[in-house]
Write a protein that binds this ligand. Structure first.
Ligand SMILES: Cc1cc2nc3c(=O)[nH]c(=O)nc-3n(C[C@H](O)[C@H](O)[C@H](O)COP(=O)(O)OP(=O)(O)OC[C@H]3O[C@@H](n4cnc5c(N)ncnc54)[C@H](O)[C@@H]3O)c2cc1C
Length: 451
């Protein structure tokens, strides 16, 4: 059978792959887009969008419960079927990607359904057909939930993010293995629908990649909401007797109706033919700043974008990588790589971070100064009252007088982060930041106090 010729093959259509296909096709290239599951990837169907809809619903319940202190009386009766319906009908079209697939073809690209594998230089095999790409191949195969090798776990009907976001009913009780962003967001959202939730984290603290102050803050808030938080533990085994999960951690055994494993993500790199181009991947694929895969047979023509490159697992990064790969492929000028990228954990309070943490700055040998302020004690925090927990932390390189990292936690932590993200990215001098008027009484005015 003869090979199909084209300019570019994109294998895997996460948010970045989808955007890249449209961008290149609209620029006039012949693009073949390969997808094994749903066009758009994890984010719209089992990730960002459904989880944020769920969180929005849970946060409304939490706000309603605050009414008793602030404004009167309300009877709050959670109805999980409403959020399940909204996820099914509005977020995911019942896990149907027709609209996204049509966008790909409308842009002029060819969509091929199936599992794509490299079959040598600039060549991809999918569904028994071979595609040869004159310019090259872009990999955007993303991640799946990592399942830790805990004895007994694999024999149980545990949930990952996919089942947790496709559920039709909230379980009576839930153990969450993993106190990272995904585990914490889902833990709190379920708790707000009256699920009795326990979070188990093997690292010494939850939300370990962020500042310790953020971990302390969320631990305090979660515990005040009745969510069990156990960090620094060892999980010995998991059992399921047909109705109940039992998680054994030393002398303690936690039991629940459901178990969610949110213990990190695993790159989908093992069955995509990397060996056929001489590329060895560890946990991630190494790329240069134009997203070109490094190593291998050295002939070029292989790019990778999104979670698999190990530069942060966020939709906005996948899209950023896509634009960089597009520019590289189209021969357009590329600016420097922005590695200060923002990240937001959408708990209540939201925890936003940008740039490096205080510890990372110290490890780099910077002359570090730190500013920290309590958002609940700020003017807006005072006005807000119940639910006002938060903090702003800035990490300053005192030799250059610029912020190299910042945290913004609070009721609008993710939004407030935007000002700090610009400050870090643009290396705005401290003198300018200090000689700036911060609107009163906003949450972002607390940045001035931190400075
Ligand atoms: C519960 C949850 C909540 C999240 N919330 C946020 C959030 O609020 N904000 C945020 O920025 N990020 C969030 N993320 C992360 C975000 O979903 C990912 O970073 C984002 O989807 C980018 O991933 P990606 O582009 O690497 O590919 P993915 O989205 O993982 O998609 C990869 C695609 O490639 C396909 N594929 C894989 N292998 C092949 C193959 N060999 N052939 C053909 N197709 C293949 C897959 O089927 C999939 O469709 C969340 C993730 C989860 C799980």
């Amino acid at each position: 059978m003869s090979a199909h010729e084209c300019d570019v093959v994109v294998v895997g259509l996460g948010p970045g792959g989808e955007a890249l296909v449209a961008r290149l096709a609209k620029a006039g290239l012949a693009v073949v887009a390969v997808e094994a599951e749903l066009v758009g990837g994890e984010c719209p169907y089992w990730g960002c969008i459904p989880s944020k809809m769920f969180i929005r619903a849970g946060n409304l319940l939490a706000e309603a419960r605050r009414i008793a202190t602030l404004s009167g009386t309300a009877t709050v009766t959670p109805d999980f079927s409403l959020v399940a319906k909204r996820i099914r009908d509005e977020a995911t079209d019942n896990w149907d990607d027709t609209v996204a697939a049509d966008r790909i073809t409308a842009a002029g690209a060819t969509l091929v359904r199936g599992h794509g594998r490299l079959a040598g230089d600039r060549t991809v095999e999918v569904a028994g057909e071979t595609y040869v790409a004159a310019k090259g191949v872009v990999l955007n195969t993303g991640t799946t939930a990592a399942v830790p090798p805990i004895p007994g776990l694999s024999d149980t009907p545990f949930w990952t993010n996919r089942e947790a976001l496709k559920a039709e009913q909230a379980p009576g009780s839930l153990i969450v293995i993993g106190g990272g962003a995904i585990g914490l967001e889902l833990a709190q959202a379920y708790a707000r629908f009256d699920t009795d939730v326990t979070v188990l984290e093997v690292a010494p603290r939850i939300l370990a990649p962020e500042e310790p102050e953020s971990s302390e803050l969320l631990t305090k808030v979660f515990e005040s909401e009745g969510i069990g938080v156990h960090a620094g533990i060892t999980i010995d085994r998991v059992d399921h007797d047909g109705t109940t999960f039992a998680v054994t951690c030393g002398d303690a055994t936690y039991e629940a109706e459901q178990l969610l494993v949110a213990a990190g993500r695993r790159s989908r790199l093992d069955d995509i033919g990397l060996d056929t181009v001489g590329v060895e991947a560890g946990k991630f694929l190494a790329v240069s700043d134009d997203m070109q895969v490094t190593g291998g047979n050295g002939s070029g023509g292989l790019w990778a974008i999104g979670d698999i490159v190990g530069r942060g697992a966020f939709t906005h990064l996948s899209m950023y990588h896509a634009e960089r790969a597009a520019k590289a492929i189209l021969g357009e000028p590329l600016a420097d790589y922005d590695d200060s990228f923002p990240r937001v954990t959408f708990t209540d309070p939201e925890v936003g971070g940008v740039g490096i943490t205080e510890q990372q700055a110290r490890d780099k040998g910077l002359n570090v100064r730190v500013g920290l302020t309590d958002v609940s004690a700020s003017s807006r925090g005072f006005v807000h009252g119940l639910g006002n927990e938060g903090l702003i932390k800035v990490v300053i390189d005192a030799d250059r007088d610029v912020i190299v990292g910042a945290t913004s936690a609070g009721p609008t932590g993710g939004e407030t982060l935007s000002a700090l993200a610009f400050a870090v990215r643009a290396e705005i001098p401290l003198a300018t930041l200090s000689n700036t008027v911060y609107a009163y009484p906003t949450f972002w005015r607390a940045i001035e106090s931190a400075l």
